[in-house]
Design a protein around this ligand. Structure first.
Ligand code: SAM
Length: 242
Protein backbone atom coordinates (compact mmCIF):
# COMPACT_ATOMS: atom_id res chain seq x y z
CA UNK A 1 0.00 0.00 0.00
CA UNK A 2 1.41 3.44 -0.88
CA UNK A 3 1.58 5.87 2.01
CA UNK A 4 -0.55 9.01 1.56
CA UNK A 5 1.63 12.14 1.61
CA UNK A 6 1.49 14.07 4.86
CA UNK A 7 1.02 17.29 2.96
CA UNK A 8 -1.07 18.88 0.29
CA UNK A 9 1.02 21.88 -0.72
CA UNK A 10 0.27 21.74 -4.41
CA UNK A 11 -3.51 21.97 -3.92
CA UNK A 12 -3.14 24.68 -1.25
CA UNK A 13 -0.75 26.88 -3.27
CA UNK A 14 -3.23 29.69 -3.96
CA UNK A 15 -4.13 30.09 -0.27
CA UNK A 16 -0.84 29.12 1.37
CA UNK A 17 0.37 32.63 2.18
CA UNK A 18 -2.92 33.63 3.85
CA UNK A 19 -2.49 30.78 6.32
CA UNK A 20 1.26 30.83 6.88
CA UNK A 21 1.91 33.71 9.33
CA UNK A 22 4.48 31.71 11.30
CA UNK A 23 6.32 30.64 8.13
CA UNK A 24 6.40 34.30 7.02
CA UNK A 25 7.86 35.42 10.37
CA UNK A 26 10.31 32.51 10.37
CA UNK A 27 11.45 33.44 6.84
CA UNK A 28 12.16 37.02 7.98
CA UNK A 29 14.08 35.68 11.00
CA UNK A 30 16.18 33.36 8.82
CA UNK A 31 16.82 36.23 6.40
CA UNK A 32 18.63 38.11 9.20
CA UNK A 33 21.57 35.79 8.46
CA UNK A 34 21.77 36.63 4.76
CA UNK A 35 24.68 38.72 3.51
CA UNK A 36 23.86 41.84 1.46
CA UNK A 37 25.49 40.30 -1.59
CA UNK A 38 25.16 36.61 -2.34
CA UNK A 39 28.05 35.93 -4.68
CA UNK A 40 27.97 32.98 -7.09
CA UNK A 41 25.14 30.69 -8.12
CA UNK A 42 22.48 30.17 -5.46
CA UNK A 43 19.79 27.53 -5.14
CA UNK A 44 16.67 27.55 -2.97
CA UNK A 45 14.81 24.29 -2.36
CA UNK A 46 11.18 24.01 -1.22
CA UNK A 47 10.73 27.69 -2.10
CA UNK A 48 6.93 27.44 -2.13
CA UNK A 49 5.29 30.71 -3.17
CA UNK A 50 8.44 32.64 -2.28
CA UNK A 51 8.08 33.78 1.36
CA UNK A 52 11.84 33.40 1.79
CA UNK A 53 12.73 33.89 -1.87
CA UNK A 54 11.70 37.53 -1.61
CA UNK A 55 14.55 38.07 0.86
CA UNK A 56 16.97 36.48 -1.63
CA UNK A 57 16.13 38.13 -4.94
CA UNK A 58 17.65 41.52 -4.18
CA UNK A 59 20.84 39.97 -2.85
CA UNK A 60 21.60 37.10 -5.25
CA UNK A 61 22.62 37.69 -8.86
CA UNK A 62 21.91 34.13 -9.99
CA UNK A 63 19.12 32.45 -8.08
CA UNK A 64 17.27 29.25 -8.89
CA UNK A 65 14.14 28.82 -6.75
CA UNK A 66 12.69 25.32 -6.82
CA UNK A 67 9.85 23.33 -5.27
CA UNK A 68 8.30 19.90 -5.79
CA UNK A 69 4.78 21.35 -6.14
CA UNK A 70 4.10 22.76 -9.65
CA UNK A 71 1.40 25.15 -8.42
CA UNK A 72 3.70 26.53 -5.73
CA UNK A 73 6.30 27.15 -8.43
CA UNK A 74 3.71 28.86 -10.67
CA UNK A 75 2.67 31.17 -7.80
CA UNK A 76 6.31 31.87 -6.95
CA UNK A 77 7.14 32.73 -10.55
CA UNK A 78 4.19 35.14 -10.75
CA UNK A 79 5.25 36.90 -7.53
CA UNK A 80 9.02 36.91 -8.12
CA UNK A 81 9.96 36.54 -11.80
CA UNK A 82 13.49 37.81 -10.97
CA UNK A 83 14.37 34.26 -9.85
CA UNK A 84 14.60 31.32 -12.22
CA UNK A 85 11.86 28.90 -11.05
CA UNK A 86 12.01 25.15 -11.42
CA UNK A 87 9.89 22.15 -10.33
CA UNK A 88 12.24 19.79 -8.48
CA UNK A 89 12.38 17.46 -5.53
CA UNK A 90 14.79 18.57 -2.81
CA UNK A 91 16.64 15.25 -3.09
CA UNK A 92 17.44 15.90 -6.76
CA UNK A 93 18.52 19.54 -6.92
CA UNK A 94 18.14 21.15 -10.34
CA UNK A 95 20.98 22.63 -12.35
CA UNK A 96 23.83 20.22 -11.70
CA UNK A 97 26.79 21.16 -9.52
CA UNK A 98 28.74 24.13 -8.28
CA UNK A 99 26.30 26.16 -6.19
CA UNK A 100 27.98 28.58 -3.83
CA UNK A 101 24.84 28.90 -1.70
CA UNK A 102 22.03 26.51 -0.80
CA UNK A 103 18.90 27.84 0.91
CA UNK A 104 15.67 26.44 2.25
CA UNK A 105 13.01 27.65 4.66
CA UNK A 106 10.29 25.60 6.39
CA UNK A 107 11.09 22.65 4.12
CA UNK A 108 13.43 20.20 5.85
CA UNK A 109 10.97 18.83 8.44
CA UNK A 110 8.88 17.56 5.50
CA UNK A 111 11.65 15.57 3.83
CA UNK A 112 11.15 11.78 4.00
CA UNK A 113 14.91 11.22 4.01
CA UNK A 114 16.63 14.46 5.08
CA UNK A 115 20.07 12.84 5.16
CA UNK A 116 19.72 11.88 1.50
CA UNK A 117 18.75 15.48 0.69
CA UNK A 118 21.65 16.98 2.70
CA UNK A 119 24.04 14.67 0.82
CA UNK A 120 22.51 15.66 -2.52
CA UNK A 121 22.93 19.35 -1.61
CA UNK A 122 26.55 18.63 -0.73
CA UNK A 123 27.15 17.04 -4.16
CA UNK A 124 25.39 19.94 -5.89
CA UNK A 125 27.51 22.61 -4.21
CA UNK A 126 31.05 23.93 -4.63
CA UNK A 127 33.86 23.52 -2.07
CA UNK A 128 33.33 26.08 0.72
CA UNK A 129 29.66 26.56 -0.19
CA UNK A 130 27.29 27.84 2.50
CA UNK A 131 23.98 26.36 3.53
CA UNK A 132 21.52 28.77 5.14
CA UNK A 133 18.39 26.97 6.14
CA UNK A 134 15.62 27.02 8.72
CA UNK A 135 12.93 24.51 9.62
CA UNK A 136 10.56 23.41 12.38
CA UNK A 137 11.90 21.09 15.07
CA UNK A 138 10.64 19.08 18.05
CA UNK A 139 8.19 21.01 20.20
CA UNK A 140 6.32 22.38 17.19
CA UNK A 141 2.55 21.99 17.71
CA UNK A 142 3.49 20.21 20.93
CA UNK A 143 0.09 21.03 22.47
CA UNK A 144 -1.73 19.25 19.65
CA UNK A 145 0.59 16.26 19.41
CA UNK A 146 0.39 15.79 23.19
CA UNK A 147 -3.36 15.20 22.80
CA UNK A 148 -2.99 13.12 19.61
CA UNK A 149 0.57 11.80 19.01
CA UNK A 150 -0.58 9.80 15.95
CA UNK A 151 -1.44 13.06 14.17
CA UNK A 152 2.23 13.93 13.79
CA UNK A 153 3.11 13.55 10.10
CA UNK A 154 6.74 12.58 10.81
CA UNK A 155 9.08 11.91 13.75
CA UNK A 156 10.36 15.21 15.15
CA UNK A 157 14.06 15.81 15.85
CA UNK A 158 15.69 18.38 18.10
CA UNK A 159 18.44 20.82 17.12
CA UNK A 160 21.27 18.54 18.32
CA UNK A 161 19.98 15.60 16.26
CA UNK A 162 19.72 17.82 13.20
CA UNK A 163 23.26 19.07 13.73
CA UNK A 164 24.52 15.49 13.73
CA UNK A 165 22.64 14.65 10.52
CA UNK A 166 24.08 17.71 8.79
CA UNK A 167 27.57 16.71 9.95
CA UNK A 168 27.16 13.18 8.59
CA UNK A 169 26.26 14.68 5.21
CA UNK A 170 29.41 16.86 5.17
CA UNK A 171 27.92 20.15 6.41
CA UNK A 172 29.76 21.74 9.30
CA UNK A 173 27.51 23.98 11.39
CA UNK A 174 28.94 27.50 11.75
CA UNK A 175 26.03 28.80 13.84
CA UNK A 176 22.56 27.65 14.80
CA UNK A 177 19.75 28.97 16.94
CA UNK A 178 16.20 27.98 17.89
CA UNK A 179 13.38 30.48 18.31
CA UNK A 180 9.89 29.85 19.66
CA UNK A 181 6.90 31.36 17.87
CA UNK A 182 3.34 31.36 19.24
CA UNK A 183 -0.04 31.66 17.57
CA UNK A 184 -3.38 32.27 19.21
CA UNK A 185 -6.58 30.83 17.76
CA UNK A 186 -10.26 31.08 18.70
CA UNK A 187 -10.19 27.35 19.45
CA UNK A 188 -8.38 24.16 18.45
CA UNK A 189 -10.59 23.74 15.36
CA UNK A 190 -9.36 27.12 14.07
CA UNK A 191 -5.78 26.03 14.80
CA UNK A 192 -6.24 22.86 12.79
CA UNK A 193 -7.90 24.68 9.88
CA UNK A 194 -4.96 27.08 9.70
CA UNK A 195 -2.32 24.35 9.45
CA UNK A 196 -4.55 22.44 7.03
CA UNK A 197 -5.03 25.46 4.79
CA UNK A 198 -1.27 26.00 4.78
CA UNK A 199 -0.78 22.50 3.36
CA UNK A 200 -0.38 20.07 6.29
CA UNK A 201 -2.61 17.01 6.40
CA UNK A 202 -3.75 15.04 9.46
CA UNK A 203 -3.46 11.34 8.57
CA UNK A 204 -6.87 9.83 7.67
CA UNK A 205 -6.24 6.74 9.77
CA UNK A 206 -6.84 8.79 12.92
CA UNK A 207 -10.57 8.94 12.23
CA UNK A 208 -13.04 11.73 12.91
CA UNK A 209 -14.06 10.57 16.40
CA UNK A 210 -10.52 10.37 17.72
CA UNK A 211 -9.62 13.73 16.22
CA UNK A 212 -12.70 15.40 17.76
CA UNK A 213 -11.76 13.99 21.15
CA UNK A 214 -8.16 15.22 20.76
CA UNK A 215 -9.37 18.73 19.86
CA UNK A 216 -11.72 18.72 22.86
CA UNK A 217 -8.77 17.91 25.15
CA UNK A 218 -6.68 20.61 23.44
CA UNK A 219 -9.38 23.20 24.17
CA UNK A 220 -9.72 21.99 27.75
CA UNK A 221 -5.97 22.01 28.50
CA UNK A 222 -4.77 25.05 26.55
CA UNK A 223 -7.55 27.63 26.55
CA UNK A 224 -6.67 31.06 27.93
CA UNK A 225 -8.31 34.48 27.75
CA UNK A 226 -7.36 34.89 24.10
CA UNK A 227 -8.38 31.41 22.92
CA UNK A 228 -5.94 28.53 22.52
CA UNK A 229 -2.23 28.81 21.93
CA UNK A 230 -0.02 26.83 19.57
CA UNK A 231 3.77 26.69 19.74
CA UNK A 232 6.28 26.49 16.89
CA UNK A 233 9.99 25.80 17.39
CA UNK A 234 12.10 26.97 14.45
CA UNK A 235 15.78 26.15 13.97
CA UNK A 236 17.99 28.36 11.80
CA UNK A 237 21.35 27.01 10.68
CA UNK A 238 24.31 28.32 8.73
CA UNK A 239 26.68 25.52 7.71
CA UNK A 240 29.78 25.25 5.54
CA UNK A 241 30.47 22.48 3.03
CA UNK A 242 33.40 20.50 4.41
C1 SAM B 1 5.84 25.03 4.48
S1 SAM B 1 6.14 25.24 2.78
C2 SAM B 1 7.47 26.43 2.82
C3 SAM B 1 7.52 27.26 1.57
C4 SAM B 1 8.46 28.44 1.61
N1 SAM B 1 9.84 28.05 1.61
C5 SAM B 1 8.15 29.32 2.81
O1 SAM B 1 9.10 29.64 3.56
O2 SAM B 1 7.00 29.72 2.97
C6 SAM B 1 7.00 23.76 2.35
C7 SAM B 1 7.30 23.66 0.89
O3 SAM B 1 8.14 22.54 0.67
C8 SAM B 1 7.73 21.89 -0.51
N2 SAM B 1 8.16 20.51 -0.43
C9 SAM B 1 7.75 19.53 0.40
N3 SAM B 1 8.44 18.40 0.18
C10 SAM B 1 9.32 18.68 -0.80
C11 SAM B 1 10.34 17.93 -1.45
N4 SAM B 1 10.56 16.65 -1.16
N5 SAM B 1 11.06 18.54 -2.41
C12 SAM B 1 10.86 19.84 -2.72
N6 SAM B 1 9.91 20.60 -2.15
C13 SAM B 1 9.15 20.02 -1.19
C14 SAM B 1 6.22 22.05 -0.55
O4 SAM B 1 5.70 21.88 -1.83
C15 SAM B 1 6.07 23.45 0.01
O5 SAM B 1 6.04 24.41 -1.01
Amino acid sequence: MTKAPAHDFDRRASQYEDHAPVQREAAAWLAEWLPDNIEGPALELGAGTGLFTRHLVGRARTLIASDAAPRMVAAGFTALPEAKWSVADAATPPGGRGYGWIFSCSLVQWLPDPCEAFCAWHRASAPGARLVSGWFVRGTLGEFFATCPEASPFPWRDAAEWGRLLGQAGWQTARSEVRTFHRHHADSGAMLREIHNAGAVVPRRIGAGKLREALRRYDRDHRGESGVRSTFEFLRVEAVRS
